[in-house]
Design a protein. Structure first.
Length: 411
């Protein structure tokens, strides 16, 4: 028997045994379940994925060259489809019902779907090129620069195998995507720290800015504009990192809760806490004349403001929000303050509030309970959270809609 076939049989057999053991582990009592859980999270899952992908390629390649690599790869594929066949035989009832693979075959055809899945194998080396620096390079950045630590098991793990009736073919590819998305998301999170620390400057290409802001929220909310100055870039770094924090600017560890924020005195803390937990006017309005949506990527706050204007006055105002406590409290206070006011008064209060956020003065009488928010000026990263509802309200004043039924429209 030649080297190629020997490698194919050895690797294929070993891969099949490993797959069967992993399948049966959760059924082997408490010890087996504990081991299965450990192997489903980093670093255990890294060892499993290595044994199922590049580990045999490396060993066979060093021993027998490219012939060994080819034999190892085909052996793995044979074991993969062999295990799929056995697993589907064991779960005949699930295979007779609705399945992802059935829909995919219907949408694009069997051979197109299978060929496309095979092509994704080239992503394995790419994902490992992302994973290895996470394990070996990023810890050095933690030591040298004080970057935040991450529990890799919270990012790189497998859990889709617990989804009901996910078996055989579907299970294999969903677990592959499970590992892949964890590796990629952790890499993106680490890269946010690196980019914001070393070069917080937006790109000259607006298209690149638009595309990159999804993975790098600091780009839109904090990085220095491409037409800015080096003095601005240096000042930004000093502002963001002077306190010893090395996380990207929108990282959750920079956001205190309303109860923890030192700029809030006891009276104002009670006001903000009440409006955060029991916001006023928090509903989707049934009949509105004006509407706008707002979003800030730092906290990923999203606010929608509805207005019903009658004879130049705000007859009704409401909002819906998926936002941090500070943003929700600001929206609640805003709706309470603006209800019944004229459009001109609303504009004036908007301007006064915005000015107080940026350059506060001792006299805040016109703001009333809104004064509870004025101390935030000492924390520039949170100003956007407090002002988002107000910017959205101001945009709503300029966004009349023809829909009087409350159906959502873009503005």
């Amino acid at each position: 028997m030649g080297t190629f076939w020997q490698t194919l049989l050895i690797v294929g057999g070993a891969t099949m045994v490993l797959a069967v053991v992993l399948t049966l582990l959760p059924r082997l009592g408490k010890g087996g379940r504990c081991m299965a859980e450990w192997l489903s999270r980093a670093p255990g899952v890294d060892a499993v994925v290595a044994l199922l992908t590049w580990g045999p390629w490396l060993v066979a390649g060093l021993a027998w060259g490219w012939i060994g690599v080819g034999g190892a790869l085909l052996g793995q594929l044979a074991a993969l489809y062999g295990w799929i066949f056995l697993h589907e035989i064991m779960h005949r009832q699930a295979t007779r019902g609705p399945r992802l693979v059935k829909v995919h075959h219907k949408l694009v055809g069997r051979w197109r779907n299978q060929l496309s899945l095979a092509l994704t194998v080239v992503g394995v080396p790419v994902l490992w090129a992302v994973r290895l620096p996470q394990v070996f390079a990023y810890p050095l950045l933690i030591w040298l620069l004080g970057f935040p630590r991450y529990r890799h098991g919270e990012w790189v793990n497998l859990s889709r195998h617990k989804f009901q009736d996910l078996v055989g073919h579907d299970l294999v590819w969903c677990l592959y995507c499970d590992w892949m998305t964890g590796v990629w998301s952790l890499g993106s999170e680490m890269l946010r720290n690196i980019e914001s620390f070393w070069c917080p400057i937006r790109f000259l290409s607006e298209k690149k800015n638009e595309h990159a802001r999804i993975d790098f929220p600091d780009l839109a909310s904090a990085w220095v504009p491409a037409e800015g100055t080096m003095a601005e870039a240096a000042a930004l770094l000093e502002e963001k990192y002077d306190g010893g924090r090395r996380s990207w600017f929108g990282h959750p560890d920079r956001h205190e809760t309303l109860q923890e924020q030192s700029w809030v005195d006891e009276v104002h803390r009670q006001i903000l806490s009440e409006h955060s937990h029991q916001p006023r006017h928090c509903r989707a309005m049934a009949h509105f004349t004006h509407r706008a949506e707002g979003h800030t990527p730092v906290c990923n706050d999203r606010v929608e403001v509805y207005l019903r204007l009658e004879e130049g006055r705000i007859a009704d105002i409401s909002f819906t929000a998926s936002a941090c406590g500070l943003c929700t409290a600001s929206a609640s206070l805003m709706s309470q303050q603006l209800h019944g006011r004229s459009i001109e008064q609303a504009r004036q209060l908007y301007a006064a509030f915005h000015m107080a956020m940026l350059r506060p003065t001792p006299n805040h009488d016109p703001l009333g309970d809104l004064t509870a928010l004025t101390g935030i000026h000492r924390f520039p990263g949170r100003i956007k959270c407090a002002t988002l509802p107000w910017h959205t309200m101001n945009a709503a004043l300029d966004s009349p809609t023809q829909d009087q039924t409350g159906a959502s429209q873009s503005t």
